[in-house]
Ligand binder design. Structure first.
Ligand SMILES: Cc1cc2nc3c(=O)[nH]c(=O)nc-3n(C[C@H](O)[C@H](O)[C@H](O)COP(=O)(O)OP(=O)(O)OC[C@H]3O[C@@H](n4cnc5c(N)ncnc54)[C@H](O)[C@@H]3O)c2cc1C
Length: 324
């Protein structure tokens, strides 16, 4: 059993910043996420994109923002429980007990839900059944893994084209395979990828992935208008077919939830005492879902949690610049 002052559910930008702030307030924290990497939507959907509206950064790459947030939070050594979904919330003797899948249990004095738009489930690539982690991925946490590989990217949206741009300089070859002739990705990105000479095969579907236990060697495509299957060398397939998102088990935690958003008051507390919400998942009149908003809400939530856990504590944390 992991015992902490504060359990943070969701390691997106909001949860990571909350972990920093909780440490600054002398609270011990655990941070759980069903994804194997921190960063939430930024890591899963746009790590290579520049973000222009985070205070203090005229422009910051998604991946770099997440690294900086992790570094900032790590000063206080939060316990990361990644690749685990928060399932149930109960209360025993005034403490929250949260069961994660995989048999892990966390006991916490308070809970902050920063679950964003919910847990992501990648849309499956049928031919990739059984290949996840053996050559197939749904997103690319570290580009360098694909250095000198033949990479096949499946999909026609922004993610597929962003991965192509990012992987082209380091991979041996990059091929985009899309089942339609039209793309959902931004035309400017499609143009950029086309101009780089990335091979794009449209009206095509991956029908088989071939390799051995250890690694993938090639993929077979069925292409409209071609009699014979097309075979491509591939040590990696990025199945960028998008994600569905769902609050899942959190819906049953006894909170006020409407359209995947949890109602909170001005302290970010939900309908359940000592359970707070911040970031994309938190709702109140006039809410704007942005990274910047989540940061402010995380600070408000954690400072109020500090007082709720210790009524002698001050709501105002003092200035971090005075800490040295
Ligand atoms: C393509 C794209 C571009 C964007 N560009 C910008 C931009 O330029 N500027 C900007 O401000 N915003 C942008 N956004 C929005 C921004 O990414 C979100 O506002 C931000 O990610 C919200 O952060 P969050 O931490 O609240 O939630 P998320 O980033 O959604 O993180 C929530 C995390 O909670 C986890 N989770 C959910 N349920 C559970 C559970 N039961 N157990 C365990 N883990 C769980 C999820 O796996 C996820 O990792 C963009 C979004 C997209 C999709």
């Amino acid at each position: 059993m992991t015992e902490v002052d504060l359990l943070i559910v969701g390691a997106g930008p909001t949860g990571l910043y909350a972990a920093y702030y909780a440490g600054f307030r002398d609270l011990t924290t655990a941070i759980v996420d069903s994804l194997p990497e921190p960063g939430g939507q930024v890591t899963a959907m746009y790590p290579e994109k520049m973000i222009f509206d985070v205070a203090g950064f005229p422009a910051v790459k998604g991946r770099d923002l997440v690294s900086a947030l992790v570094e900032q939070a790590d000063q206080w050594k939060p316990t990361y429980l990644l690749g685990r979904r928060a399932q149930t919330l109960s209360q025993v003797d005034g403490r929250f007990i949260v069961d994660l899948d995989g048999g892990v249990t966390v006991s916490a004095g308070a809970v902050l839900i920063s679950a964003g738009i919910g847990e992501f489930t990648p849309r499956p690539l049928t031919a990739g059944d059984g290949w996840l982690g053996r050559g197939m991925v749904h997103f690319v946490p570290a580009l360098d893994v694909h250095r000198d590989q033949d990479v096949v990217i499946v999909g026609g949206g922004d993610s597929a084209f962003d991965w192509a741009l990012a992987l082209h300089p380091i991979a041996t070859s990059v091929t985009i395979v899309h089942r339609r002739a039209k793309f959902r990705a931004m035309p400017a990105t499609v143009r950029q990828v086309t101009n780089l000479g990335v091979r794009i095969i449209t009206d095509a579907e991956v029908t088989e992935m071939i390799g051995d236990d250890e690694s993938l060697r090639q993929v077979t495509l069925s292409v409209k208008g071609e009699d014979a299957p097309v075979v491509l060398p591939a040590q990696a397939v990025v199945a960028a077919l998008g994600f569905t998102a769902d609050l899942g088990p959190i819906e049953a935690w006894g909170l006020e939830i409407d359209h995947r958003s949890i109602s909170v008051d001005s302290t970010m507390q939900t309908a359940r005492p000592l359970v707070y919400a911040a970031g994309d998942v938190a709702a109140y009149p006039g809410k704007v879902k942005l990274i910047a908003t989540g940061f402010g809400e995380a600070a408000t939530a954690v400072n109020n949690i500090a007082v709720a856990l210790n009524p002698e504590a001050h709501l105002f944390p003092g200035h971090s610049s005075a800490a040295e």
